[in-house]
Ligand binder design. Sequence first.
Ligand SMILES: [Zn+2]
Length: 316
Amino acid sequence: MMMHSRYGLLLVWLLVSGCRDSRPAAPPVGSAAEASRPVVVATIYPLADLLRRLAGPDAEVHCLLPPGASAHTFEITPQAAMALNGARLIARIGPGADSWLDAVMPQPAPRVVTALEHTKTIAGVPCEEDHDHAAHDHRHGDPAGADPHVWLDPIRVRDDLLPALVAGLREVLPTSAAGLTGRQAELAKELTALDAELRRTLAPVRGDGFIAGHNAWQYFCQRYGLQQVGVIELVPGTDPSAKWMKELTATARAKQARAVFGEMQLNAALADTLAKETGLRVGRLDPYGGAALAGRDSYPALLRYNAAELVKGLQP
Ligand SMILES: [Zn+2]
C-alpha cells in the first residue's frame, strides 16, 4: 500500500516535471493560449512561410512537406496527415505539385486556397514519349498540365498569391482583419525590395542558359531573364534514360548552357555526371527550402540562395 502511493507520487512528480521541462525556458506571453490558436496548414515550405508572416501571432502554421523532400515524390503518411485535423485553412499549389493532398483532405473540407487558381500559368515541359504517364503527377494536354512552380516568382507571389492567401485567412480569422492588412502590406513591400535585389544580383548573368534538375525554374527565369534550356528529370523522382542524358549533353552544347544545377530533393548526382560530360560548372538549386535548412529557412532567403547559386554557376 505504502509502495503503491509512493509510486503514484513519483509518477505525479515525473508527469509534472516532464511538462515543465518540455516548455520553453521563458514562456512567451500568452503561451497558454498558443495551444488553442487556430491552425492553418500549407503543403510546401514557401507557402507555410508566407502564411506565417501573414497570420503573425493569430494562427499556428504547419507544413506538410518535410525539409529535404520533393513535393513531386512525397507520399503523405497518415501520421503527417494528422496535422490537417482541425485545420481552418489549407494553402496548396495545385495539380502537378501536391495532388497527394487530395487523398487525405478532411471531410468536410476546410477553406482551401489553391495557388494555381490565382495566377497566370505557363505550360510545363513535355515528358519523354515512351514513359508511363499514369505513374506520376503530371497531366498532359489539359489545363492542369501547367507548370506548378509559380511560387518561385516573387512578383506573382506579391500580386496574386498574397491577396488569395489573405482572403482565405480573413475568412477563417475574422477578428484579425486589421493585422492581416498591415502584415500583407509589409510583406508586399519586402517582396518588392527582394525583386529589385534579385534583379541586381542576377544582372551579371542575364540571358545565360542552364540545365536544371527538373522543370522548376520557368517562372523564375521569365522574371529575371535567364534560360532553363533543359531539365534532367523530366518526371521528378524518376531517373532519365541514357538516351535522354545523351540528348541533354547535345542540348547543353547547342544552346550554350553555362552550368548544370542538381537539386537536393532529387537525384543530384545526375547533374554531377552531366557536368563531367559537358565540362560545365555544377551547382545546387532548391525550390522548397525548409525550417531547419540554414540560409533557406524563409521565402526571401530561399530565393536569395538560388540567385546566388545561379550567379556562382553562370558567371564567366
Ligand atoms: Zn517541382
